[in-house]
Design a protein around this ligand. Structure first.
Ligand code: ADP
Ligand code: MG
Length: 553
């Protein structure tokens, strides 16, 4: 059984063998597969690094960060082909599955897939659908922070521990507080900012550098949307994780020196935005920072020293980061897979979940009245009592919704129900509304009239946002019809896209050299002699490595 981290920016697969987790290399030999899909002019689909490379030259044909649309009806159109987020995710999952099968030498049809702890029912369901479309059965949807806890051996601690997982990825920030007690791991609280991640630090770096250049507003706007400028900034950001100084070469400008200090001052506003989710998660878990057992850093962006330092300052202790932050979640997923398969090397642990959101009713004056509050352990059942507000009112309108806003209409509307009540003076007709949220994440609502005892059952359905039944079968067929770029030619696809990107980036003599390399490589491919292709590919690759310093994987 595979463990899969289906990330916004990067995805990874891992297995548990001989008492250890092992990451699965893809066709390029990398353990990280960018969560990117691109459709070529011929209709062939590229997944992973080749697709991310292609984003530079064909952004309109390339989808990135589609995890953000999971559970919505948002459609991405790539060269006339329409995709839902589940389908794009399924393509990534299919690619990870094929890599695992090639690596392990046998078929794989089951996986543990991680999801953010705050993912709601629609998003979890969509993740499951993506797996179905990829030919994988989901043995468990595992919360990402729980996976991080497992990777760090939370379940092996002798006594009661609390754990804060600080996960800063490409575009999202998640903080969760886990508790381990008596064989049970529980997500006590989870908070975050879905619009804060490593990409924002890239923009901050770019803005800081542009401020030093005294550019006009329109020049700045242009550079912010320039793929080459963003790439240079991404590279500089990574350089500054390793050393105190680097140079930044923006297109059309002389290379400028850039220090880690300058980058850190340019990021000060972003650093402030980290605080609120941390405070909220600690508040919800009823802990103060001193009471935490361990703090764990997860996500590629926590490689930045400023993050480590801020976390150490905030919690008064050094965070754990002995596992590569971009690999932690996949390793945890592999451990969960082994636990489900009852690997003898692992002790039994039970994992429980908490409510990711509050569920309640929209009532009079557009007020939100929560019945089950977020962070309650599931399964859970709670009752709220509601009464009429007008004399002889015969109907009560209740909006079942999910969210944290005091204003009902600002929350996610799940369903509207109307119940008849006996005509009585205001406040005398009453109903008891019971919300039951089971371990599978299905909400059931029962409404009991306090006077008549009559019970109305409401089952929450979200049909319009789900891919089920015929639509699912249709989507499966559509995916099967797609021509995926063959796995064994991945390296070639990446190299071609990289040549095209660099050709577009560069000018003059360098450009001509790139074109020559591209022609030579294309000729080799046309010749179809594997030995020649491998030789020319090696040459072109070393040439590109020379001119494309510190190529970002
Ligand atoms: P996600 O969970 O969104 O899929 P990852 O955990 O893979 O994402 O993190 C991706 C982010 O990590 C990107 O913004 C990337 O720039 C950042 N990152 C990766 N390596 C480094 C590094 N050495 N220094 C700074 N940021 C890094
Ligand atoms: Mg992640």
């Amino acid at each position: 059984m595979l463990g899969i981290d289906l990330g916004t920016t990067n995805s990874l697969a891992a297995i548990f063998v001989d008492g250890q987790t092992q990451l699965i290399p893809n066709a390029l030999g990398h353990v990280m597969t960018p969560s990117a899909v691109s459709v070529e002019p011929a209709g062939t689909v590229l997944v992973g690094l080749a697709a991310r490379e292609r984003h530079a030259t064909a952004p309109q044909d390339t989808a990135l960060a589609f995890k953000r649309f999971m559970g919505t009806d948002h459609i991405v159109k790539l060269r006339g082909q329409k995709f839902r987020a589940e389908e794009l995710s399924a393509l990534v999952l299919r690619s990870l599955k094929a890599d695992a099968e090639a690596h392990l030498g046998h078929a794989i049809d089951e996986a543990v897939i991680t999801v953010p702890a705050y993912f709601n029912q629609l998003q979890r369901k969509a993740t499951q659908t993506a797996a179905t479309l990829a030919g994988l059965r989901v043995a468990r949807l595992l919360n990402e922070p729980t996976a991080a806890g497992l990777a760090y051996g939370l379940q092996e601690r002798a006594d009661h521990t609390t754990f804060l997982v600080f996960d800063l990825g490409g575009g999202t920030f998640d903080v969760s507080v886990l508790e381990y007690f008596d064989g049970v791991v529980q997500v006590r609280a989870s908070a975050g900012d879905t619009r804060l991640g490593g990409e924002d630090w890239v923009r901050a770096l770019l803005d800081g550098a542009m401020a030093a250049l005294n550019l006009s507003a329109s020049q700045r706007e242009q550079l912010r949307g320039n793929g080459l400028a963003l790439r240079a900034a991404e590279q500089a950001k990574r350089d500054l994780s390793e050393r105190a100084q680097t140079t930044l070469q923006l297109p059309g400008f002389a290379a400028q020196p850039l220090s880690r200090d300058a980058f850190e001052s340019a990021s000060s506003e972003l650093m402030l935005r980290l605080r609120r989710p941390i405070e909220r998660a600690l508040g919800d878990a009823r802990l103060n920072s001193g009471e935490l057992g361990e703090v764990v850093l997860v996500g590629g962006a926590t490689r930045m020293p400023m993050i480590r330092h801020a976390v150490a300052r905030l919690f008064g202790k050094l965070p754990l980061r002995t596992i590569n932050p971009d690999e932690t979640i996949a390793r945890g997923a592999a451990i969960q897979a082994a636990l489900l398969a009852r690997d003898a090397a692992l002790e039994e642990v039970v994992l429980t979940d908490v409510m990711p959101y509050s569920l309640g009713l929209g009532i009079v004056d557009d007020r939100f009245s929560p019945i089950i509050e977020r962070n309650m352990p599931v399964p859970v059942s709670r009752i709220g009592r509601y009464h009429t507000v007008r004399d002889y009112q015969t109907k009560l309108d209740l909006d079942i919704c999910q969210g944290e806003s005091p204003i009902a209409s600002e929350n996610l509307q799940l369903q509207r129900v109307s119940v008849n009540v006996p005509p009585l003076p205001k406040g005398e007709a009453m109903v008891d509304v019971r919300f039951s949220y089971d371990a599978n994440g299905l909400l059931v609502v029962d409404i009991a009239d306090v006077h008549t005892g009559e019970i109305t059952n409401v089952v929450i359905q979200q049909r319009e946002h789900e891919l089920v039944g015929e639509a699912l079968a249709e989507a499966l067929k559509a995916l099967d019809r797609i021509k995926i770029h063959p796995r064994e030619h991945q390296q070639n696809a990446v190299l071609l896209e990289r040549c095209k990107r660099l050709y577009e980036d560069r000018l003059g003599a360098e450009r001509m050299q790139i074109q020559e390399a591209l022609v030579a490589f294309q000729n080799a491919l046309d010749g179809q002699d594997p030995e020649v292709i491998a030789r020319v590919r090696g040459q072109v690759q070393s040439f590109l490595d020379e001119i494309d310093r510190g190529f970002v994987l």
